[in-house]
Unconditional design. Sequence first.
Length: 259
Amino acid sequence: MPLLLWIILCSALGGIASAAFAVVFLWVSEERSARILPHFLSFATGALLGAALLALLPEAIEGAGVAGAHALGWSLVLGLGVFFVIEKLVLWWHTHAHEEEGRPHEHGRDHASGVLVLVGDSLHNTLDGVLIAAAFLTDASLGFVTTFAVAAHEIPHRVGDFAILVHAGWTRKRALVLNLATGLASVVGAIVAYFALQRALGFLPLALAFAAAGFLYIAVAGLIPGLHRSSDPRTSLTQVGLITAGILVIALAERLTHS
């Protein structure tokens, strides 16, 4: 199968399929969903850490060599900064959406809050597509590992976004269709990155370092603080076990695909 087709399919999986799978959680009871989702977050944290430190960064270092170490450092710094700004924008969009939920009689504002959430998702998905394309252009196995890490953290993220859209007054069907549609941004980002990076293959190690920075930021700044909200010994041990499982799955996948 042509590489571009693999990139399109995997970016669609990361952006569209994760949204479809996330809807399942909204049809179960809130009590059960509240028990399951934290486990997904723990596993996703491990998957992101493993993908960044055991797959993306080693490939970037190998591609850049010793002479490119300084450039990789700048790419990591840039990646952390970009994801910090994106998170700030997404938090603003989500805060605005929650504020509007408190005024259900203002239909226009409810609609606007839903649009803001969709814009934030589209921006996030576009960047996910870029990361997947950069990984595939380096090595197909690295592309699959990156796709898995993207999908793992997108599922719980999409559950929250879908709930915001429904609470803001959107019907479940419309919220589902539009949430799925934002996944197309991942495909668009992947296609653009494919053609752009093919013309400048020397930038691939920098793109991988940028992707690693993004995964590290999402795991350390986005997911881990939420895990610390539960500090009892049993929950903490479960979190450690699932984070470890996520790391080991990535490590195993990396070993199998390079064997």
